[in-house]
Design a protein around this ligand. Structure first.
Ligand code: SF4
Length: 373
């Protein structure tokens, strides 16, 4: 287990990361969806072998924190024995599906086509978004090849970093994606791991970037939806016992884990639970934070305490990190606050300006964020 502090390393069940609070494992459920009974079992295992703290990530994965080194082997055995995942927790790790998919719709079909294909030699973080709702909602979620609907009933496949792609019929998608990934692998230099990095130095073939994608991106908030009820999770972090309680009491048969720090409880409507966010105007919804002090050895600040101080001071999308590595930042982030040795650095993505504020946070006021900029 040499994974401590390795940059860009993605933990799995069999490759945990050492964090300040113990070992951390990550699961990537197929179609970002889990049966409730399996999720309840994971909650129990988190309580028994870990710290009881779980997280959902900005790519719709699930993390269990704080597993003691001595309990890790037993924990892995229990996960495998319970057959919670088809493969040991690592199903289709690099595909994110539109959370509003329906059985046998285009999302479902394209996801499963890609899931069967074995893409070789792609960088660990290289990923696909299958975003085939009426309006795309995964635009701001990390991905390298994006499959979206075009305006004329066809599919649009585009390389991340280009706002134009190629329109295709569903049966042409697989072959085109194979060509696109091969183009990436053949042209990338050693230090390039993402499609958007490559597009900064290399132009796509002209015929692959002629069709414009839809401009709108659906903003997801807690509410009822066709598939069930969307529920927010403050900073994407929760106690396993609280999630188990939510699953038991709401009677949901299946849970979709979105990349928006929200889950969808299938077949549930109008449920409420104070441990989770059910109100679309909740002031925590625009805030996110990496785990920070006590959980990550690199952290120079208590990220959650700082995020709580920001609550209600701005409607901008603010992300707080404990150090310069800036884990968990998304394309949506407008303001980034990150810990430094003697201060907190504020970077405003709208103006590209940066300033330092005091660690004791006396400067945190509405004025600091200047929402109307
Ligand atoms: S950004 Fe946060 S989680 Fe990432 S290394 Fe720094 S303190 Fe740790």
């Amino acid at each position: 287990m040499k994974n401590k502090l390795t940059r860009g390393f993605c933990p799995t069940l069999k490759k945990p990361i050492f964090a300040e609070d113990g070992l951390l494992v990550r699961f990537r459920p197929s179609m970002n969806t889990m049966r409730s009974d399996n999720l309840k079992t994971l909650c129990d295992l988190s309580e028994k072998y870990g710290s009881g703290i779980m997280e959902i990530t900005s790519r719709g994965s699930l993390q269990i924190r704080g597993i003691a080194k001595l309990s890790y082997k037993k924990f892995v055995e229990r996960v495998l024995n319970k057959k919670i995942f088809k493969k040991p927790g690592d199903d289709n790790s690099n595909i994110i599906i539109n959370p509003f998919w329906n059985a046998n719709d285009r999302n479902f079909q394209i996801y499963n086509t890609l899931a069967k294909y074995k893409f070789k030699n792609l960088p660990e973080k290289f990923g696909f978004t299958v975003d085939l709702g009426n309006v795309p909602c995964l635009r701001n979620i990390s991905g390298d090849i994006r499959i979206e609907n075009s305006d004329n009933e066809k599919l649009l496949v585009r390389a991340d970093g280009s706002d134009k792609g190629k329109e295709l019929n569903p049966n042409e998608v697989e072959k085109f994606i194979v060509n696109l990934t091969n183009w990436f692998l053949n042209n990338k230099e050693k230090n390039i791991n993402r499609m958007s990095q490559l597009l900064l130095i290399k132009k796509l073939p002209k015929e692959w970037c002629q069709d414009k994608s839809k401009s709108k991106c659906y903003n997801i908030l807690p509410s009822n939806c066709e598939q069930g009820q969307i529920v927010g999770i403050k900073f994407g972090r929760f106690f396993a016992k609280n999630l188990k309680n939510l699953l038991v009491k709401s009677l949901t048969p299946r849970v979709r884990i979105t990349p928006f720090k929200m889950i969808i409880l299938e077949q549930v409507k109008n449920y409420k639970d104070n441990n989770f966010i059910f109100n679309s105007r909740n002031q925590f919804l625009n805030l996110s934070a990496c785990v920070g002090k006590n959980h990550c050895t690199n952290s120079l600040i208590d990220t959650y305490e700082l995020a709580k101080k920001i609550k209600g001071k701005t409607k901008l999308k603010v992300h707080v990190t404990g150090c310069e590595k800036n884990c968990g930042i998304t394309k949506e982030t407008q303001i980034l606050l990150s810990g430094r040795k003697d201060s907190i650095n504020l970077f405003d993505f709208r103006s590209q300006e940066s300033k330092n504020i005091g660690k004791n946070c006396e400067d945190i006021s509405k004025k600091l964020f200047n929402d109307s900029k």
